[in-house]
Design a protein around this ligand. Structure first.
Ligand SMILES: Cc1cc2nc3c(=O)[nH]c(=O)nc-3n(C[C@H](O)[C@H](O)[C@H](O)COP(=O)(O)OP(=O)(O)OC[C@H]3O[C@@H](n4cnc5c(N)ncnc54)[C@H](O)[C@@H]3O)c2cc1C
Length: 457
C-alpha cells in the first residue's frame, strides 16, 4: 500500500468539522482516550460535523492508505480509538437526538454518550438500555451488543436497534435496516466497528421513567457472593444487577472500619419500581446486614452518577462468560483479589438471561445469548514496569474462574489477539461476519478494532 501525504490546508477546505493537528493547543487533550497508558500520536484528528465529513474522512483514509481510528465515546477497552500515525475520526460533535414519542423511537447521532441519551429520553418517560457507565459512547457500546441495567427486561442495546446510517469503506452512506440490507444490519448488531462508521442509530424506547435502584453494599463473604448470584438469577426480569467485589473505597457512605476490606458493591435496577421493586430487592437486602443501602425510588438517569473528569485508569483485565458461580468460585474470587498487588483489584459479576436470552443466537452477530453470567476481573496499577505482574495475575485468575465453553463479549475484550476475537464470534457467526466483511470492506480499512478480516475468495 502506498502512503500518500495528506494536505491539512486542503482538508480544511473540504471539511466542515474541526481539524486538530500536532501543533494545536488542543491536540494532547484530543488524542487522550478513557484508558490511561495509551500514548499515540495521530497525524490528524477530525471532529466530524456531519455524515458528509464522515464520507470524506473515510475516503481520505482509504486513498492515503492511513490507519483509521473511529471514536465515539473513547472508552475502547483495547485502546482502539486512537491511532499512531494515522487519522482519528472523532464523532463526539455529532450529538443530535430526535424523539418520536408517539412511536417510541429515536434517531441518535453516535457522538452521544449513554448518559446524555438516557437523560434526554427520561424527559419523555422513556429509555433504551445501554451499560453501567454514563460516559460510554453509544457508538461503541451499540455496535458490540450493549449489556446494561435493562438487559434482563428488554435485552441488549442491539435488540432495540431498528436502523442505522453507516458510511462503508467505499465512502457511501447507507441507511441500513432488516429490510434494506439484512446482512449488513445483522453484522453491525455485535460485529463492532468492522463494517463502517455508524453516524446515526434508530432505537426503540421503552416506558421507563422511575425505577427502584441504586447501590447496595454487603460484606464480601463466600456465601454472600454465591447467594447474591442465586438471587439475581431467581429475580424477576424487571431486575438486573451488576455486582463488584472489591476493597471498600474510603467514601463517606462506607463506615471507616470497612475501608480497604473486601465488599460486594452492587448496583440494582428494578424497572417496575414501586412495591414490586421493593419486593424484588428484599432478598438481596436479607443476604447480610448491609454496610450501606442506597437503593431507593429514583428517575432512571440517576443510576449514572456524575463522573470524575481526567480519570484515566491503567488496568490488566480479562472478561468471560460463565455458566455457574458457586461457593468455590466465590472463594477463588476472594483469594485472587486478596493476592493482587495492584492499587485496586475488582471482580465484576453480571447475571444475564431474560429478554436477552430469548433472541435466537443466530439472529444477530452477538452469539452468546444463552450464557448465564458475565465476569470481568481487573487490577488497576500505576507503574508501567508492573504490567507483566498484573497481566499474569489477571490471566491466572480468569483461568481459575473459567467454567463451561469459552466465550467473550467483544466490548470488554482487551488487545488479546485473534483467537480471543474468535471466542467473541464462535463458529458460523465468524464465517458469516467474514463473508460480509469481504463484501463491504474487502481491503480491511476498518481494522483498528476487534478485527474480523475479510474472508478469502
Ligand atoms: C468504564 C467502562 C464501563 C463500561 N461498561 C459497559 C457496560 O456496562 N456494558 C457494556 O456493554 N459495555 C460496557 N463497556 C464497554 C464499552 O461498551 C466498549 O468499551 C465500547 O466500545 C465503548 O464505546 P465508546 O464509543 O465509548 O468507545 P470508542 O473507544 O469510541 O469506540 C470503541 C470502538 O468501537 C468502534 N466504534 C465506536 N463508535 C463507532 C461508530 N460510530 N461507528 C463505527 N465504529 C465505531 C470502533 O471500532 C472503536 O474502536 C464499558 C467500558 C468502560 C471503559
Amino acid at each position: 500500500m502506498v502512503l500518500k501525504e495528506i494536505s491539512i490546508p486542503q482538508l480544511r477546505t473540504v471539511l466542515t468539522g474541526q481539524i486538530i493537528t500536532p501543533g494545536d493547543a488542543e491536540y494532547d487533550k484530543a488524542r487522550t482516550v478513557f484508558y490511561g497508558g495509551i500514548d499515540r500520536r495521530p497525524v490528524v484528528i477530525v471532529r466530524v460535523a456531519d455524515a458528509n465529513d464522515v464520507k470524506r474522512v473515510v475516503s481520505l483514509a482509504r486513498e492515503a492508505g492511513l490507519e483509521l481510528a473511529v471514536r465515539s465515546g473513547g472508552h475502547s477497552v483495547a485502546g482502539h480509538s486512537v491511532s499512531d500515525g494515522g487519522i482519528v475520526l472523532d464523532l463526539s460533535a455529532m450529538r443530535a437526538l430526535d424523539f418520536d414519542v408517539e412511536q417510541r423511537t429515536a434517531w441518535a447521532e453516535t457522538g452521544l454518550t449513554a448518559g446524555e441519551y438516557t437523560t434526554r429520553a427520561n424527559a419523555h418517560g422513556l429509555a433504551t438500555g445501554f451499560g453501567d457507565t454514563g460516559s460510554v459512547g453509544i457508538g461503541g457500546i451499540t455496535l458490540g451488543g450493549g449489556v446494561g441495567y435493562l438487559v434482563r427486561k428488554y435485552g441488549l442495546t442491539i435488540d432495540d436497534l431498528l436502523a442505522a446510517d453507516v458510511v462503508t469503506a467505499d465512502g457511501q452512506l447507507r441507511c441500513v435496516d432488516a429490510e434494506t440490507d439484512p446482512d449488513l444490519f445483522w453484522a453491525i448488531r455485535g460485529g463492532g466497528g468492522n463494517y463502517g462508521v455508524a453516524t446515526r442509530f434508530q432505537f426503540r424506547l421503552h416506558e421507563v421513567y422511575k425505577i427502584v435502584g441504586g447501590m447496595l453494599i454487603l460484606p464480601a463473604t463466600r456465601d454472600v457472593i454465591a447467594s447474591f448470584i442465586a438471587e439475581a438469577e431467581a429475580a424477576p426480569e424487571e431486575l438486573s444487577a451488576i455486582a463488584n467485589v472489591m476493597p471498600a473505597p474510603p467514601m463517606p457512605f462506607v463506615p471507616a472500619e470497612y475501608h480497604g476490606r473486601l465488599i460486594l458493591m452492587a448496583t440494582l435496577v428494578h424497572t417496575g419500581g414501586g412495591e414490586a421493586g421493593d419486593r424484588a430487592i428484599a432478598p438481596f437486602r436479607a443476604l447480610a446486614a448491609p454496610i450501606a443501602d442506597m437503593v431507593r425510588p429514583m428517575r432512571y438517569p440517576e443510576i449514572y452518577p456524575p463522573e470524575q473528569g481526567g480519570y484515566h485508569p491503567v488496568a490488566a483485565a480479562r472478561t468471560m462468560f460463565v455458566d455457574t458461580l458457586d461457593r468455590s468460585a466465590a472463594e477463588t474470587i476472594l483469594d485472587h483479589l486478596q493476592a493482587s498487588t495492584g492499587s485496586m483489584a475488582v471482580t465484576q459479576l453480571r447475571v444475564l438471561g431474560g429478554a436477552m436470552a430469548r433472541v435466537p443466537a443466530e439472529a444477530t452477530a452477538f452469539a452468546h445469548r444463552g450464557r448465564r453470567m458475565m465476569v470481568n476481573v481487573a487490577a488497576l496499577y500505576e507503574r508501567p514496569e508492573e504490567k507483566a505482574t498484573h497481566e499474569a495475575w489477571a490471566a491466572d485468575f480468569a483461568a481459575a474462574l473459567r467454567r463451561g465453553t469459552p466465550g467473550v463479549y467483544v466490548n470488554f475484550l482487551g488487545d488479546e489477539g485473534e483467537p480471543r476475537v474468535h471466542e467473541a464470534y464462535p463458529g458460523a457467526t465468524w464465517d458469516r461476519l467474514a463473508a460480509i466483511k469481504r463484501r463491504y470492506d474487502p481491503t480491511n480499512l476498518f481494522r483498528l478494532n476487534q478485527n474480523i478480516p475479510p474472508a478469502n475468495e
